[in-house]
Design a protein around this ligand. Structure first.
Ligand SMILES: Nc1ncnc2c1ncn2[C@@H]1O[C@H](COP(=O)(O)OP(=O)(O)O)[C@@H](O)[C@H]1O
Ligand SMILES: [Mg+2]
Length: 278
């Protein structure tokens, strides 16, 4: 390939191959975020419809019944529905905004709660029992909406692995000795066969025939993006899976120790996608 300019490939102005790969990875993660948002559309729109039905029904009931007690009860219901709608929009907007690419001390607790809130009705619909365990954790060094993107991908995969329902455990905890905040998503789904386990983080690896009836999954980009994001966070993502029993994904991120200044936090670690299948 010839170039019109005199710049050769060693020119300091030309991005190196590594830099170009990094840029593409960042763009892919950004694009996958909109896929994740798009995937949430049908769930959140459905949820909005439920909220509106509540508002309309209780408004009609309040108009029909003149007594104060019934009217107060209707206003309470309408208020609760409105607040729920506001939480849903805030959750979705939170994912869409904040395009910062700087990691900063981030409290993961509200972020986990938001992701759960966006998907809890869907979990109910698929008879997935939710067990959310949120320990007291220090902030993690993270880009909040990227971690939320990772979590949504893991939660959606987990739900899709349990077509007949099951149990989903989400656990946020702190490993003080390692200086790590960890987030685990464990399902009681199909599990991943040993021969597939090394491939699941590859871009475009998917065992799904396409998006499911709620428009989710099938691109094979979810876990690849999760891995890229966690790698850029100098964290780790691991999977353990047993066919017929279930799968657990754990992400580990550097905790921000209030005593140690941030500059001292060492760049370290890469991604491990270890497998314990039996
Ligand atoms: N929790 C899980 N349980 C079982 N299999 C999973 C789970 N998460 C991911 N997988 C497997 O990894 C593959 C890749 O996942 P992902 O990158 O999110 O792509 P997609 O969901 O679009 O197929 C899935 O197709 C599935 O085979
Ligand atoms: Mg997926």
């Amino acid at each position: 390939m010839s170039r019109k300019t005199s710049a050769d490939t060693d020119s300091p102005n030309q991005p190196s191959l590594e830099e170009q790969v990094e840029t593409l990875k960042r763009r892919l993660a950004e694009a996958q975020k909109f896929t994740a948002l798009g995937e949430l559309m049908s769930s959140t729109t459905h949820e909005f419809n439920n909220v509106l039905t509540s508002v309309i029904n209780y408004a009609q009931m309040g108009l029909r019944h003149q007594d104060e007690a019934t009217r107060n009860r209707c206003f309470d219901k309408i208020l609760a529905a409105g607040q729920r709608a506001a939480k849903i929009t805030t959750g979705v907007l939170g994912l869409a905004k904040n395009r910062s690419d700087r990691r900063e001390p981030t409290d993961l607790t509200p972020l986990v709660k938001d992701a759960i809130m966006l998907l809890e009705r869907e979990m109910q619909k698929y008879r997935v029992e939710l067990d959310v365990q949120l320990d007291d954790v220090p902030p993690a060094l993270a880009i909040g909406n990227q971690i939320q993107q990772v979590l949504l991908n893991l939660l959606i995969n987990a739900r899709q692995a349990m077509p007949k329902g099951g149990r989903l455990v989400v656990r946020l905890s702190h490993d003080a000795a390692e200086g790590v905040v960890s987030l685990m998503v464990r399902d009681s789904g199909t599990g991943i066969p040993a021969d597939q386990l090394p491939k699941i983080f590859d871009p475009f690896f998917s065992t799904k025939s396409g998006p499911d009836e709620s428009g989710k999954g099938g691109t094979g980009l979810g876990l690849a993006t999760c891995r890229d994001i966690i790698e850029a966070h100098e964290g780790k993502i691991r999977v353990q899976s047993t066919v017929g029993v279930g799968t657990a994904f754990t992400i580990r991120l550097p905790a921000v120790n209030p005593i140690v200044p941030q500059a001292v936090i060492k760049p370290a670690a890469s991604v491990t996608s270890s497998a314990a299948t039996r």
